[in-house]
Design a protein around this ligand. Structure first.
Ligand SMILES: C[S@@+](CC[C@H](N)C(=O)[O-])C[C@H]1O[C@@H](n2cnc3c(N)ncnc32)[C@H](O)[C@@H]1O
Length: 140
């Protein structure tokens, strides 16, 4: 059995590629980098979090899209950052969970509009098809 290097494709030495949705200041991205992955795209709306993200990853090539994820086209972003030969291996994302966290008190947050962002998250899963060969042809 061949040795699979941390964060690398088993077929070669190229790093695994991922994206980070709702990236915040970059906690998930940091873990991905430390695991040897390339973070090709991050999305975050809060300008202060974006400033911190840019500072934290100033030596990386990650493209940070600053803005409301619900106003972005997942398919257009998938086509811009990946193709048949460079697929998305992993999709990271931490959508706001205050409305459905087990830590909420007396059902607070059930009507929180941010709860719908989980659907946006899955729109991105459908468009990026992480680790699905020929993912771009299916996203077209
Ligand atoms: C739970 S935090 C994510 C933390 C991040 N995963 C980390 O490791 O630091 C959720 C993030 O989603 C961002 N967010 C909320 N609504 C958003 C939207 N509509 N578009 C983009 N980002 C949004 C928030 O600003 C916040 O930084």
């Amino acid at each position: 059995m061949g040795v699979v290097k941390k964060g690398k494709h088993s077929s070669g030495q190229s790093p695994l590629a991922c994206i980070d949705l709702f990236a915040g200041a970059g906690g998930f991205s940091l873990a991905a980098h430390r695991a040897g992955l390339t973070v090709k795209l991050a999305i975050e709306r809060d300008k202060h979090a974006c400033t911190t993200y840019r500072y934290n990853f100033r030596r990386r090539k990650t493209v940070l899209e600053e803005g409301d994820i619900t106003e972005m086209s997942p398919r257009a972003l998938a086509r811009r950052h990946f193709d048949q030969d460079n697929i998305c291996d992993l999709l990271l994302g931490g959508p706001p969970c205050q409305g459905f966290s087990i830590h909420r008190i007396n059902d607070a947050g059930v009507e929180d509009p941010r709860n719908h962002l989980i659907h946006t998250y899955f729109d991105f899963v459908r468009a990026f098809r992480p680790s699905q060969p020929n993912s771009m042809s299916r996203a077209a």
